[in-house]
Design a protein around this ligand. Structure first.
Ligand code: NDP
Ligand code: 2IT
Length: 445
């Protein structure tokens, strides 16, 4: 395989899909050597079959708002690869959603799920519908309309959706309810469900907690501890808030959080009482992070991401793709940042990643660092199929073990001759090898 040639061909065939091409390019350039060490891969043209999704569903979702107006959104499900298990991955509701974004997410998910040690293939879905500013009933009607179209394509052993941006417990509940009604069965077809109807304890916390557990493993490689460290977080949604909660439990200082309108800066770190306020602000009042600044009188940077404004030891981007560019990366490094652990999917641009690797700081790509969420989804599927539920302690212990195992795989495949651990390469090679071997064994499909 010549990675550049494969990427050029994908660019030619999918010219309007920059995020998809970006994600593919990052993986292909790091697996090229190991791919070429196994000539049978190329004989089976494995690489194209791994980059192009198995199938994509696209459909119109029509729904009626509270004033009686009819809206037509697009809905999608990208089933990328099921070589190692049923399709698995979240659903994103955000005005920016398009096929390029969902194809990049489904591609990433395939490698991430492979790393988790569990049996899950990769998928992603969503809609350009934004829950922001919508009433509960509007969100419910939208979720029902979305599932009326999607329900035939998903199932407990076929494809198991979950949450992502704009899709939390409320949306999963509405989608699961409609699925159950259409399919006339009660099975674990969604993860991230409420505790009362098959959800797993620790699933809401899992992505954020898992990212902190991964960070602890990285810090350990340099003999460092988290206590007292200043951490800049972006976002204030599911991943960001539970990242902050675990960091506070461990004695770190959370100096920033943000949303799509701006970011706050609290140099001494937010208190747990202030974090409770953010949980309520986001989940109950569905307000803005600006209101935190008004309530507590801290600095607020309208329209800005945190990276240029904060002095921090660690950055944990937990909002969205491409939210750290080359300039942001250089600013972080210049301000003393020693570690970046990605809660979001692909939050760093290729230029930012190059800066982190050049500076030899600890840098964990999302597919390794944020895999805790889908891992506990996998544990939720296991509990559902056994029709029992595990304690929070048990799930948390399993989550820690999985994050530690993912870290080990990154070290195994990513350690360079000078001892620097290239987690990008480690995660990509480890994730790739398992899927590649499974695809080879199953023939050309
Ligand atoms: P939420 O919807 O709960 O929160 C998203 C947060 O990011 C909000 O604060 C939101 O601000 C902000 N945000 C979203 N889009 C943008 C944007 N374009 N520019 C700036 N800020 C933005 O989502 P999650 O916390 O679930 O997801 C966050 C990230 O983590 C995503 O990249 C997701 O793919 C990834 N992830 C999520 C997992 C999960 O289990 N939920 C698992 C693994 C990764 P606002 O409210 O203003 O929109
Ligand atoms: O990006 C992700 O890993 C998720 N949004 C979670 C997917 C899942 O199936 O739990």
């Amino acid at each position: 395989m010549n990675a550049v040639a494969v990427i050029d061909e994908l660019k030619r065939r999918f010219p309007n899909e920059p995020e998809y091409i970006q994600a593919v390019e990052e993986v292909l350039t790091t697996i090229e050597d190991v791919y070429n060490e196994n000539p049978e891969f190329d004989r089976y043209n494995l690489i194209e079959r791994l980059c192009i999704p198995d199938r994509i569903f696209a459909f119109r979702v029509s729904w009626v708002d509270d004033k009686g107006k009819v809206h037509n959104n697009m809905g999608y499900r990208v089933q990328h690869n099921n070589a190692i298990g049923p399709y698995k991955g979240g659903i994103r509701f955000h005005s920016s959603v398009n096929l390029s974004i969902l194809k990049f997410l489904a591609f990433e998910q395939t490698f991430k799920n492979s790393l988790t040690t569990l049996a899950m293939g990769g998928a992603k879905g969503g809609s350009d519908f934004s829950p922001r500013g919508k009433s509960d009933m509007e969100v419910m009607r939208f979720c029902q309309a979305f599932i009326q179209e999607l329900w035939r394509q998903i199932g407990p052993d076929t494809d198991v959706p979950a949450g992502d941006i704009g899709v939390g417990g409320r949306e999963v509940g509405y989608m699961f309810g409609e699925y159950k009604k259409m399919a006339r069965e009660f099975t674990g077809t969604f993860t991230g469900k409420g505790i009362e109807f098959g959800g797993s304890l620790i699933r809401p916390e899992a992505t954020g907690y898992g990212n902190v557990y991964f960070l602890l493993e990285m810090l350990k490689t340099r003999g460092l501890d988290i206590e007292g460290k200043r951490v800049a977080i972006s976002g204030s949604g599911n991943v960001a808030t539970y990242t902050a909660q675990k960091l506070l439990q461990l004695g770190a200082k959370v100096v920033s959080m943000s949303d799509s309108d701006g970011s706050i800066y609290v140099p001494d770190g937010i208190t747990s009482e202030q974090l409770d306020y953010i949980f309520k602000l986001k989940n109950i009042y569905r307000g803005r992070i600006r209101e935190f600044a008004e309530e507590y009188g801290c600095q607020y940077f309208e329209g800005e991401r945190p990276w240029h404004h904060v002095a921090c030891d660690i950055a944990m981007p937990s909002a969205t793709q491409n939210e750290i560019d080359g300039d942001d990366a250089r600013a972080l490094i210049a301000n003393g940042c020693i570690a970046v652990s990605e809660g979001a999917n692909m939050p760093s641009t290729p230029e930012a990643i190059r800066e982190f690797l050049k500076a030899h700081i600890l840098y964990a790509p999302g597919k390794a660092a944020n895999a805790g969420g889908v891992s506990v989804s996998g544990l939720e599927m296991a509990q559902n199929s056994q029709k029992l539920s595990w304690s929070a302690e048990e799930v948390d212990r399993k989550l820690k073990e999985i994050m530690s195992e993912i870290h080990k795989q990154c070290v195994k495949y990513g350690t360079e001759s000078d001892g620097y651990i290239n987690y990008v390469k480690g995660a990509n090679v480890a994730g790739f090898m398992k899927v590649a071997r499974a695809m080879m064994a199953q023939g050309i499909l």
